[in-house]
Design a protein around this ligand. Structure first.
Ligand SMILES: NC(=O)C1=CN([C@@H]2O[C@H](COP(=O)(O)OP(=O)(O)OC[C@H]3O[C@@H](n4cnc5c(N)ncnc54)[C@H](O)[C@@H]3O)[C@@H](O)[C@H]2O)C=CC1
Ligand SMILES: O=C([O-])CC(=O)C(=O)O
Length: 308
C-alpha cells in the first residue's frame, strides 16, 4: 500500500507520521515544492522508526511526481493555512491554483488513486478536484467532518466531564466556521443521548465551540492546527487502505442525497477499499436539515468564486 502526501508542512508531516505509526502502509511519499524540505521531514520521521516501532518506508520528494507513481491513496495538504482573524474561504485565491496543479500531476502518475483533499476551503477544493481530474466520484474525498466530529466529541467530553472515548457524535455540513452542523440530538454517551445529561444551553455552547474549533486554535497558535487534522486524515487513509468500512462524515459530491446537488459537502459516508462505498442518508430533524441546506448555500457561494 503506497500513500502520497503532497505538502510537507504542518498537516502533511503530522498525517505522514500518524500513518507510519499505525504501521499499515508499506510506503509513504511526502512531496513539497520547497527544496529538500520533504526529504528532511522524511529523514527525521524515518529516524523515529526504531523508537516508534514501524516499518513503513517514508520517502521525500522535491516536486518530483515520478516518485509518487502508482500510489493507492494520495492526500493533498499543499497550500497556505489561514492566519488569526481570517476565514478558510479567504484562502481560495492561492489554494485553488495549487490544488488544481497538484491533483492533475498526481493522477497523471497514479490513474487509479483515491484522492483525499485537505487544503482549504476544503469543500470547494474537493469540488474543484472533481472538475479538473478524471476520477470516479467515489474516489475523491474531502476531509473535514472527521476532524470536526473529533472536536465535537472533545467538547462534549468536557461538558460531560467524561473521557472522550465514552462519547459518540458527528458533525456534518460545510467545513467552515458558520457551516458546520453538529448533530447534538444524535450524540450519545455510551448509547444514552447527551440531551439526558446536558441542558439545551450547554449543548448550544458545545455546538458553537465546535464550529469555531479551527479558528480558536488558529488564534492560539498563530497558524492553523495540525495534530488532530493529521490524525483525522490518517484515520480515513487507514479505513480505505485496510478496507475497514468505517463511517465518517466526509465531503462528497452529492447527486440528490439530502435534496442537494452539484456540490461537495460533509455527510456520513462508508470508507473502504473502493473509496466512498456508500453515502449514508440520516433521518435529520427539520431544523438540522434546514441548517444543512443553509450550509450548502454557503459552500455554493464559495464554489462560484472558482474560475472553472
Ligand atoms: N480540511 C481540514 O480539516 C484542514 C485543512 N487544513 C488546510 O491544509 C492546508 C495546509 O496546512 P498546513 O500544513 O498547516 O500549512 P503549511 O504551510 O505548514 O504547509 C503547506 C505546505 O504546502 C507546500 N506547498 C505549497 N504549494 C505547493 C505545491 N504547489 N506543491 C507542493 N507543495 C506545496 C508548502 O511549501 C508547505 O510546506 C491549508 O490550506 C490549511 O488551511 C488544515 C487543517 C485542517
Ligand atoms: O482552521 C483552519 O483554518 C484549519 C482547519 O480547517 C481546521 O483546523 O479545522
Amino acid at each position: 500500500m503506497k500513500v502520497t502526501v503532497v505538502g510537507a508542512g504542518a498537516v502533511g508531516a503530522s498525517c505522514a507520521e500518524y500513518i507510519a505509526i499505525k504501521n499499515f502502509a508499506s510506503e509513504v511519499v511526502i512531496l513539497d515544492i520547497k527544496e529538500d524540505y520533504a526529504e528532511g521531514k522524511a529523514m527525521d520521521l524515518m529516524q523515529t522508526a526504531t523508537l516508534n516501532g514501524f516499518d513503513t518506508k517514508i520517502v521525500g520528494s522535491t516536486n518530483d511526481y515520478d516518485k509518487t507513481a502508482n500510489s493507492d491513496i494520495a492526500v493533498i495538504t499543499s497550500g497556505i493555512p489561514r492566519k488569526p482573524g481570517m476565514t478558510r474561504e479567504e484562502l481560495i485565491g492561492i489554494n485553488a491554483g495549487i490544488v488544481k496543479d497538484v491533483a492533475t500531476k498526481i493522477v497523471e502518475q497514479s490513474p487509479n488513486v483515491t484522492l483525499i483533499v485537505v487544503s482549504n476551503p476544503m469543500d470547494t477544493m474537493t469540488y474543484l478536484a472533481h472538475q479538473v481530474i478524471d476520477l470516479p466520484k467515489h474516489k475523491i474525498i474531502g476531509m473535514g467532518g472527521a476532524l470536526d466530529s473529533a472536536r465535537f466529541k472533545y467538547r462534549l467530553s468536557e461538558a460531560l466531564d467524561c473521557p472522550a472515548s465514552d462519547v459518540q457524535g458527528m458533525v456534518i455540513g460545510g467545513h467552515s466556521d458558520k457551516g458546520m452542523v453538529p448533530l447534538t440530538s444524535l450524540a450519545t454517551r455510551n448509547s444514552v443521548r447527551v440531551t439526558e445529561f446536558l441542558s439545551e444551553n450547554r449543548l448550544q455552547q458545545v455546538a458553537e465551540d465546535t464550529k469555531v474549533g479551527g479558528a480558536t486554535l488558529t488564534k492560539m497558535l498563530g497558524t492553523s492546527a495540525w495534530y488532530a487534522p493529521g490524525a483525522a486524515v490518517s484515520s480515513l487513509v487507514q479505513s480505505i487502505a485496510c478496507d475497514q468500512k468505517k463511517m465518517f462524515p466526509c465531503s462528497t459530491l452529492l447527486d440528490g442525497e439530502y435534496g442537494l446537488n452539484d456540490l461537495c459537502i460533509g455527510v456520513p459516508v462508508v470508507l473502504g477499499k473502493n473509496g466512498i462505498e456508500k453515502i449514508v442518508e440520516l433521518n435529520l430533524t427539520e431544523a438540522e436539515l434546514n441548517k444543512l441546506k443553509e450550509s450548502a448555500e454557503g459552500v455554493k457561494k464559495t464554489n462560484q468564486l472558482l474560475e472553472l
